[in-house]
Design a protein around this ligand. Structure first.
Ligand code: C5P
Length: 219
C-alpha cells in the first residue's frame, strides 16, 4: 500500500525532446528518450494526480490514465502548455526543449546544389520560466541536465527561472538510459539521491514534491 500524496492535484508536464524542422524531412533534435518524464507522469498518476503530458516525439506509448498532447517543436510545446496552465496545480518541465528554432525553414525538401545551406537560428521561448512567472503560476518543478559544474549551474538555473524545486542530473548519465542519479535543489538546500531506476527516481521526486506542496504530508 502506498499513500496518494498528490490526490486531487492536477499535474501538467512536458517530456521528451523537441524537433525543430529544417525542411520537409529534416530537423534539429536531441537524445532525450522521454523515459524520465514518462516515469514521472506514471509516478504522479500513481500518487493520485490527474496528469496532462505535453510530449515531444518519443518511441514511448502514452501511460494508462494519462492525457497526452503530442507536439513537435518548442513553439508548439509552449502553446500547448500555456493553454493548460490555468487548470494545473503543478507544472513539471522535464522536456529537453531546443534552445533555438530554424527561421529560414523550407517547406520543401532542400536539394544539394553545390553550396552548403546556411541554417539561421532564433531563440525559443523558455516554457518553464514563462509558466513560473505567470501571476497565478502553478507550483513549478524544473530539470537541469549539465555536463559539468552540476550543482552550481543547477542552483543558478533554479534562481533564474524562479522555480521552487529543481532536479539536477548529469546529461551523460540521464539521457536515454533506464537509470539516473539526481540531486534535488529547493529553498531548504541540496538533497542528493542515490542511483536508481528512473521509476524509483520518479517516485522519490513525487514524494519530495508532495511534501513541498503540502507540508502536512509525512511520507
Ligand atoms: O535552461 P535549460 O534548458 O537547461 O533548463 C532546463 C529546464 O528548463 C527544464 O526543466 C526544461 O524542461 C525547461 N526548459 C523549458 N523551455 C526551454 C528550455 C528549457 O521549459 N526553452
Amino acid at each position: 500500500f502506498r499513500p496518494k500524496p498528490l490526490a486531487g492535484k492536477r499535474v501538467l508536464m512536458t517530456a521528451g525532446p523537441t524537433f525543430e524542422p529544417i525542411d520537409a524531412v529534416r530537423g534539429i533534435t536531441n537524445t532525450s528518450s522521454g523515459k524520465m518524464g514518462y516515469a514521472l507522469a506514471r509516478a504522479c498518476r500513481d500518487a493520485g494526480a490527474r496528469v496532462t503530458l505535453v510530449s515531444g516525439p518519443t518511441a514511448l506509448s502514452c501511460p494508462f490514465d494519462v492525457r497526452r498532447i503530442d507536439v513537435q517543436s518548442a513553439q508548439q510545446m509552449h502553446q500547448a502548455v500555456l493553454a493548460e496552465t490555468a487548470s494545473a496545480d503543478i507544472f513539471i518541465g522535464v522536456a529537453a526543449v531546443a534552445d533555438y528554432h530554424v527561421v529560414n525553414r523550407s517547406e520543401k525538401k532542400l536539394k544539394k546544389n553545390g553550396s552548403a545551406p546556411v541554417i539561421e537560428l532564433a531563440e525559443n521561448p523558455d516554457i518553464l520560466a514563462t509558466v513560473a512567472s505567470l501571476p497565478a503560476a502553478p507550483f513549478c518543478v524544473g530539470f537541469a541536465a549539465e555536463s559539468e559544474n552540476l550543482i552550481d549551474y543547477a542552483d543558478a538555473k533554479r534562481r533564474r527561472k524562479k522555480v521552487p524545486l529543481l532536479v539536477a542530473n548529469l546529461a551523460r548519465e540521464a539521457m536515454g538510459t533506464d537509470d539516473n542519479t539526481v540531486t534535488l535543489l529547493d529553498d531548504a538546500g541540496i538533497h542528493p539521491l542515490p542511483a536508481m531506476l528512473k521509476d524509483d527516481v520518479a517516485r522519490a521526486i513525487v514524494d519530495h514534491l508532495a511534501r513541498l506542496v503540502d507540508p502536512t504530508i509525512s511520507n
